[in-house]
Ligand binder design. Structure first.
Ligand code: SF4
Length: 348
């Protein structure tokens, strides 16, 4: 009896990866799904800050196509990719080529561990400018170490044959020749394969492709230093309004209760500002003022800014507590004028 082949399929929760997995599954291959959490997936970040409000999309997508999904957290190891990409970045801070190489290296290890023969992805030739043009796809394939054990079923007819085709496990004619950014063919296939559980495509999936997040990351690299940055320094960039007070210090102000609670986890080693007498945000001030800079004026300015976002913003004076490492002091300040030009300039 012929051995049933096994494949590992990367599932992001989007339509393309669900389709790719389903196409291979329907050819009689055993498919196991995997979703790598790198710390910057918007759906996951949303769940981290606001709590889960629905089933995690990769799990839902896997369930809808009958594929079991492994969730693997690679956030710690991935930070190196974000800090030091060897193949440059996209229009924001997204290191797409290095990111794909990293994920596929992880997939290769898992493939070997599970005794699978090849890896499947939903990549489409020409869909993304940085990581899905022909040369990039080939480079990713080679540098990941997967070589011809990487199958991209949606564009396979436009790419060199891979091991499953060469070995006759899969017929090339059962694969597709989809190219470019249009979603038409994928939507047709979604109907044919009855796939409805997937997240919406294009641009909304990865925090690293967002301009504002990119600005914050660049600012943190400049002022804190890449080497110094730990996972919590990345976490704190994911919530709140961020303002640079000086070269060394920055204030982060929660926008709602979810963000206040999220930010509060990172109070250790930072000043925490809480507005008294009025509902208002929690703010953190991070970084130690440089030599020659005075602490107190900077903190009071941060309190004025925080008060501007509280319900006491129209009062003449607002009281607040500033706390750090168990030591607290009370201050009374005039809320910053909402139209103050500094607010726009300092916002990151
Ligand atoms: S968009 Fe984000 S997750 Fe996707 S390849 Fe680029 S860096 Fe990686």
């Amino acid at each position: 009896m012929m051995k049933r082949m096994k494949a590992l399929s990367l599932l992001s929760g989007g339509l393309d990866s669900a389709l790719a997995a389903k196409i291979i599954k329907d050819l009689g291959i055993e498919v196991i799904g995997v979703n790598f959490y790198n710390g910057f997936c918007i759906e996951n970040v949303h769940r981290q800050v606001r709590g889960p409000s629905r089933c995690y999309t990769p799990l839902k997508a896997g369930h809808s196509i009958g594929v079991p999904v492994k969730l693997i957290n690679v956030a710690d190891e991935y930070l190196r990719v974000v800090k030091y990409p060897e193949h440059g970045r996209g229009s924001a801070m997204n290191p797409c080529i290095d990111c794909r190489i990293f994920m596929l290296k992880e997939a290769k290890l898992l493939m070997e561990e599970l005794g699978a023969e090849f890896v499947v992805t939903g990549e489409v030739l020409g869909q993304r400018p940085m990581s899905q043009h022909y040369r990039a796809l080939m480079q990713i394939q080679e540098e990941s170490g997967l070589g011809d054990r990487l199958l991209r079923p949606l564009s396979a007819k436009l790419l060199p044959d891979t091991l499953p085709v060469k070995k006759g496990w899969i017929d090339r004619d059962d694969l597709y020749d989809i190219k470019g950014r249009s979603r038409g063919r994928q939507l047709e296939l979604a109907k044919r394969y009855r796939i409805t559980a997937y997240s919406q495509p294009a641009g909304g999936c990865c925090l690293l492709t967002e301009k504002r997040f990119g600005d914050r990351l660049r600012d943190a690299f400049t002022h804190k230093g890449k080497e110094e940055m730990r996972i919590e320094d990345f976490e704190i960039l994911k919530a709140g309004r961020h303002f640079r007070l000086s070269k060394a210090t920055k204030v982060i102000i929660g926008r709602d209760d979810h963000e206040n609670r999220f930010l509060e986890q990172f109070e250790e080693g930072r000043w925490k500002i809480m507005i008294l007498d009025h509902p208002g945000p929690l703010a953190l001030v991070e970084g130690d003022p440089a030599e020659g800079e005075e602490v107190q004026p900077q903190l009071e300015f941060a309190v004025r800014l925080t008060a501007r976002y509280s319900d006491g913003k129209d009062e003449d004076r607002v009281r607040a507590v500033i706390e750090r490492d168990g030591k607290a002091q009370m201050v009374e300040v005039e809320p910053l004028d909402p139209d103050d030009e500094w607010i726009k300039k300092a916002r990151i």
